[in-house]
Ligand binder design. Structure first.
Ligand SMILES: NC(=O)c1ccc[n+]([C@@H]2O[C@H](COP(=O)([O-])OP(=O)(O)OC[C@H]3O[C@@H](n4cnc5c(N)ncnc54)[C@H](OP(=O)(O)O)[C@@H]3O)[C@@H](O)[C@H]2O)c1
Length: 258
């Protein structure tokens, strides 16, 4: 297999939400490494600045834009900043998300339910709306990848029902929006990771080493996905390699939902 560096996003601009940590940071770094100008979005400025510093240290170009994806005006402002600074929005990755409400459905709090819907579902909707509004004005259109989960759309996990509902909605939103907007020149797809090497896959109080032992029993593959493995799937869907892929939902979960 060739190990030559690829440059699939040279000259393009990508916006990544939740880019201050975990999967979002890995996706932002991978896009920048393949030539994209990256706008890193999240609520907290300091980790976004760290992502930008990592990209710049590797010779890339990036900008931090603090924003809360559950606020429509914030999301629109992030797209505006992107276009003002770099001239276009070619790729958007709606990755920001939270896990809340672990436990049985009967004990779920209204607050946790609402937070999941506000950030995981409405946040993706606002992202799609602001991103498509820009991309449909561009002759070259654009590509959007939403980060869903295997839990919800692809498998059921006891104790994670509310989160699963929010992610099933992300997958449904992706397929519907993909059909609505392919005629606008905007390709929309999803990646559904399983347990991945970020803090979100840790149970309360669990260390990474303990999680890795647990995964040997729980995952058919026997391990979590590396953040770079999830990023590789996102870059594929966002790139011209996937020019005819529309409304797909690519599961990266080591066989957990097979
Ligand atoms: N890791 C896994 O095992 C796994 C598995 C399946 C799916 N996923 C999904 O993958 C995505 C990334 O998760 P991760 O594992 O990388 O977790 P993470 O490290 O906690 O990253 C989530 C990111 O989203 C940002 N964020 C949260 N709420 C936000 C809001 N309202 N507005 C803007 N940014 C917000 C957070 O930054 P701030 O708090 O600073 O805003 C954080 O940087 C999520 O959608 C998650 O559901 C993860």
């Amino acid at each position: 297999m060739s190990t030559a560096p690829r440059n699939r996003f040279s000259g393009s601009t990508a916006l990544v939400t939740g880019a201050g940590s975990g999967l979002g940071r890995a996706i932002a770094l991978a896009l920048a490494a393949e030539g994209a100008n990256v706008v890193a979005v999240g609520r907290t400025a300091a980790p976004l600045d760290e992502t930008v510093a990592l990209i710049e240290a590797a010779g890339g170009t990036a900008l931090a834009h603090p924003a809360d994806v559950s606020r429509a005006d914030d999301v629109k402002a992030a797209v505006r900043t992107t276009v003002d600074r770099f001239g276009s929005l070619d790729v958007a990755v709606n990755n920001a998300g939270v896990f809340r409400g672990g436990g049985p459905v009967a004990d779920l709090s209204a607050k946790d339910w609402q937070t999941l819907l506000d950030i995981n579902v409405t946040g993706v909707l606002y992202g799609l709306q602001a991103q498509v509004a820009q991309m449909r004005t561009q002759e070259s259109g654009g590509a959007i990848v939403n980060i869903s989960s295997n839990i919800g759309p692809h498998r059921t996990q006891s104790g994670a029902t509310a989160y699963g509902v929010s992610k099933a909605a992300v997958s449904a939103l992706t397929r519907g929006a993909a059909l609505d907007h392919i005629a606008d020149g905007v390709r929309i797809n999803a990646v559904s990771p399983g347990a991945s090497a970020t803090s979100m896959s840790l149970r309360p109080g669990e260390t990474e080493a303990e999680r890795d032992v647990r995964m040997k029993g729980e995952s058919p593959l026997g391990r979590v996905a590396a953040t770079s493995e999830v990023a590789a799937a996102v870059l594929y869907l966002a790139s011209s390699d996937a020019a005819s892929v529309v409304g797909a939902d690519l599961v990266i979960d080591g066989g957990a939902s097979a």
